[in-house]
Design a protein around this ligand. Structure first.
Ligand code: ME8
Length: 661
C-alpha cells in the first residue's frame, strides 16, 4: 500500500527575499518528505508563495512595479534558495496562478452554499504586516501590533463575513477526536483555550484595494488574503475546482493517510482554527496535523532588517554547503522550540560533530587503513564469528536505527540526530579500542578484516539514516563506500534493518574528506566573508567606541555626513558596568518616548554620579550592538588627548532630541 503522505510549508510572502527563518521551515519539510520516501511511502512535498494582499500591493508600488511584475520577479530568489538548499519539493504553488484563483472561488462558493457567508459593515483594526485584524485587547499601547510593533490601521468598509462563530464547537469536537491535531502539545492547549473563549465571525473580503482574487459574483470585493493563502494547500493539488480530474488531489488530499502542515508558531491560529473551519464549512476533509515550530533568532537577536541581521540562506550555503546548514538547523534546535542561529555554534558543530566525528571516522577507515592494508576492497568475513566488541557495535547500530526512526516519525529531528551521533561516537571509540592500524602491523589479517567490515557496514547504515538531513553528503559517503547513491523510490523501505548488506569485494573509492576541518584562520575568514564580527574583547569594543582610526580619514560628501543622525541627549542615569573597567551604562533622554540605553567607554575618566544631568551629543542611528551582554543603542561622542577624555556637549540648554548638523 502507498499510504500517501502530504507535507507542506507555509507559502511565503514575496514582499521580501527569503531568509533563514523561511529556510528553516522548508528544510524541515524536506527532511520529513525524504524520510518518508526512504521508508517506502509515497510522499508529496508542497511549498510556494503567497502573492496577494495589501502588503504585496504596497511593496510593488514602492518598487514602481505592477503587482504581477513584482511578484514574478520575487518568485525567482525563493526557487533558487530551495534549489541551493536541496529542498526537493514536488510542487511549487503561486497564489496568482489561474488554478489557484479558481479554487479559492470554488471554496468561497462551497462555504456560501452552506449558508456561512454574509454581507455586513465592518470596522476594526488591521495590521498590514500580519495581514490580519486585531482586537483592541491584542494591541500594545499606542495601537501597535504586538508582533510587528507598528501602528495598526483603522478599517471601515462593507465586507463579507464567514460564520466562524458557528464552528467553535465543531472545532473543539474535532480537537477532542484528534488529540494530535496540533503539535506540540503546549501550542495545542493555547489553540483550544482560544476557541473555548468563543469565536467572532471573520471578515473575509476587502474593497479598498484590488490585489487579490475577486469574490464570485461581486468583483468589487477581493477575497481576504488568508482565506486565499490557506486554500493553496488544496488548490496546489488540483483541488475541488478540478473535481474528478485531479489525481493529485484525490491521492494526496482526499485519500491521503497523512497530511501535515509545517508552520511557524506565528501563524498557528490561521492553520488550526480558521483553516479547519473553512474546510468543515466547505465539506472538504481536514489535514491530519498542524505542526508549529519555534522561532529562530540570529546570534541572540530578533532577525530584522533594521538591526542588519536579516540572513539570507545563500551566503551560508556558499560558505558551508547545503548539507551542513541543514544539519545545523535540525540538530541545534528542538523542533517546536525557539532557538538561536549562531555562526559560532555552527562552526563548533561543524568541527566537533561533522569533521571530527563522522568525517574522521570515514578517513580513518576508508581513506587510510583500508587503502593501505586491504587494497581498498570491502573484506569478506564470517558474520557469525564476530567478537563481543563487534557484536556490541552491531547491537548499538540496531538500537540506533530503531530509535532514530521513532524520533523521525514524530519530527523530533534533534533527538534522531543525537541518537545517530551516539552511534558515530561509539564507532570512533570502537576504532580506538580495536586499533586496526596495530592489527595491520601485526599481520592479524583476519581480525583486521572483521574490524574494517564492522565499521564499513556501520557507515553504510549511517549513510541511510542521515540521508533525509544530508542527502548529498550521504551519497558522497556511499560513493566512497563503492555503493550506489540513494535514489528513493516509493514502495521500497530502505531503512537499515539487516546487518551485513555491504557486499564483500566492493571497491571503495576514497576521495577528499567529507568534512575538512576548518582551522582558526579559515574560521575567521569565513566569518569575515559572512560579515560576522569575531567575538570582541572588551579592549577592542571600547577603543572602537572612542578612538576613530585616523588612517581611514578622507574627504566625505555632505550626503555622507547627513546620514549620521547626531542628537543632543541628556544623561538621566549612569552606572558602571559590572566586571568592566571602562564601560558606563547610561540612560539618556534623546527626546523620544523612552530613554535609550547607551554604553560608553568613559569609566576611567568620569564618575557615574558626575554624568547625570550632562547634555551630550550621541550618534542616534548607529546599529545597536551588544557590549558585555548589554545592548548599546547609540554612541556618545567624546574627544581625547594626553590630558584625558572630554565629552562633547552644547553650550546652551538645547532641547533633548535636537539634531546636530
Ligand atoms: O506568514 N524563525 O508568510 P511569511 C523561524 N504568507 N521561522 C520563521 C522565521 C523565524 N525567525 N521567520 C519566518 C506568512 N519563519 C504567510 C503564510 S500559509 C497559508 C501563509 C517561517 O513569509 C515560519 O514558517 O511571513 C513562518 O510561519 C513563515 O516563515 C512565515 O512566512
Amino acid at each position: 500500500m502507498d499510504r500517501p503522505f502530504y507535507v507542506t510549508t507555509p507559502i511565503y510572502y514575496v514582499n521580501d527575499r527569503p531568509h533563514i527563518g523561511h529556510a528553516y521551515s522548508t528544510v524541515a519539510t524536506d527532511v520529513i518528505s525524504r524520510y518518508q520516501r526512504i521508508r517506502g511511502r509515497s510522499a508529496y512535498f508542497m511549498t510556494g508563495l503567497d502573492e496577494h494582499g495589501l502588503k504585496i500591493e504596497r511593496r510593488a508600488k514602492e518598487e514602481g512595479l505592477a503587482p504581477q511584475d513584482f511578484v514574478d520577479q520575487m518568485a525567482a530568489p525563493f526557487r533558487l534558495a530551495w534549489e541551493e538548499l536541496e529542498c526537493a519539493h514536488d510542487g511549487f504553488i503561486r497564489t496568482t496562478s489561474q488554478q489557484h484563483r479558481q479554487n479559492v472561488q470554488a471554496l468561497w462558493k462551497l462555504m456560501e452554499a452552506n449558508g456561512d457567508v454574509y454581507l455586513d459593515d465592518y470596522e476594526d483594526w488591521y495590521c498590514v504586516g500580519c495581514e490580519s485584524f486585531k482586537t483592541e485587547k491584542e494591541l500594545l499601547e499606542g495601537n501597535l501590533c504586538p508582533i510587528h510593533q507598528k501602528p495598526v490601521e483603522r478599517i471601515k468598509e462593507r465586507s463579507y463575513f464567514f460564520r466562524l462563530s458557528k464552528y467553535a464547537q465543531p472545532l473543539l469536537d474535532h480537537y477532542e477526536a484528534h488529540p494530535k491535531f496540533v503539535q506540540p502539545e503546549a501550542r495545542f492547549n493555547e489553540v483550544k483555550s482560544f476557541v473555548r473563549e468563543g469565536l467572532r465571525d471573520l471578515s473575509i473580503s476587502r474593497t479598498s484595494f484590488r490585489w487579490g482574487v475577486p469574490v464570485p459574483d461581486d468583483p468589487e470585493h477581493v477575497v481576504y488574503v488568508w482565506l486565499d493563502a490557506l486554500m493553496n494547500y488544496v488548490s496546489a493539488l488540483g483541488g475541488p475546482a478540478e473535481e474528478g480530474q485531479a489525481p493529485l488531489y484525490d491521492e494526496f488530499w482526499r485519500s491521503a493517510e497523512t497530511i501535515i502542515h509545517i508552520v511557524g508558531k506565528d501563524i498557528l491560529r490561521f492553520h488550526a482554527v480558521y483553516w479547519p473551519a473553512f474546510l468543515l464549512s466547505a465539506g472538504i476533509r481536514l489535514p491530519t496535523q498542524v505542526w508549529a515550530h519555534g522561532w529562530l533568532t540570529v546570534n541572540g537577536e530578533k532577525m530584522s532588517k533594521s538591526l542588519g541581521n536579516f540572513l539570507p540562506p545563500g551566503p551560508l550555503v556558499e560558505a558551508f554547503g547545503a548539507d551542513v546548514l541543514r544539519y545545523y538547523f535540525m540538530r541545534e534546535v528542538g523542533f517546536g522550540q525557539d532557538g538561536d542561529f549562531s555562526h559560532r555554534n555552527l562552526l563548533n558543530r561543524y568541527n566537533g560533530e561533522l569533521a571530527n566525528g563522522l568525517g574522521n571516522l570515514m578517513n580513518r577507515i576508508v581513506a587510510s587503513i583500508l587503502q593501505k592494508s586491504l587494497g581498498g576492497l570491502v573484506p569478506g568475513i564470517d558474520l557469525d564469528a564476530l567478537e563481543a566488541i563487534d557484536r556490541d557495535l552491531v547491537a548499538k547500530a540496531e538500537a540506533c536505527a530503531s530509535d532514530a526512526a521513532k524520533h523521525f516519525e514524530v519530527l523530533a529531528f534533534h533527538r534522531a540526530l543525537d541518537t545517530i551521533w551516539d552511534l558515530v561516537s561509539a564507532t570512533n571509540k570502537y576504532v580506538d579500542s580495536t586499533q586496526p592500524w596495530k592489527l595491520a602491523k601485526q599481520g592479524d589479517d583476519a581480525r583486521l578484516r572483521q574490524v574494517c567490515y564492522t565499521v564499513l557496514e556501520t557507515l553504510r547504515w549511517l549513510s541511510i539514516m542521515l540521508f533525509p538531513v544530508m542527502p548529498s553528503k550521504c551519497n558522497e559517503l556511499r560513493t566512497q563506500l563503492g555503493m550506489q547513491p540513494l535514489l528513493p523510490t516509493e514502495h521500497l523501505d530502505l531503512w537499515p534493518s539487516a546487518w551485513g548488506g555491504l557486499r564483500p569485494g566492493t571497491q571503495t573509492k576514497a576521495a577528499k574528506p567529507l568534512f575538512p576541518r576548518f582551522d582558526e584562520s579559515q574560521e575567521r575568514s569565513i566569518l569575515e566573508r559572512l560579515g560576522v564580527e569575531a567575538a570582541p574583547t572588551e579592549k577592542n569594543e571600547v577603543s572602537a567606541m572612542t578612538e576613530p582610526d585616523q588612517s581611514k580619514s578622507s574627504f566625505i560628501e555632505i550626503d555622507d555626513f547627513t546620514k549620521v543622525d547626531l542628537r543632543v541627549a541628556v544623561i538621566k542615569a549612569a552606572e558602571r558596568v559590572e566586571k568592566s573597567n571602562k564601560l558606563v551604562r547610561l540612560l539618556v533622554d534623546a527626546g523620544e518616548a523612552q530613554p535609550r540605553q547607551v554604553l560608553a567607554g568613559i569609566a576611567e575618566h568620569y564618575a557615574p554620579e558626575d554624568l547625570v544631568g550632562k547634555r551630550v551629543v550621541i550618534v542616534a542611528n548607529l546599529k545597536p550592538r551588544k557590549l558585555m551582554g548589554l545592548e548599546s543603542q547609540g554612541m556618545v561622542l567624546a574627544a581625547s588627548d594626553e590630558s584625558g577624555l572630554s565629552l562633547l556637549g552644547v553650550d546652551k540648554a538645547v532641547a533633548p532630541g535636537s539634531r546636530a548638523k
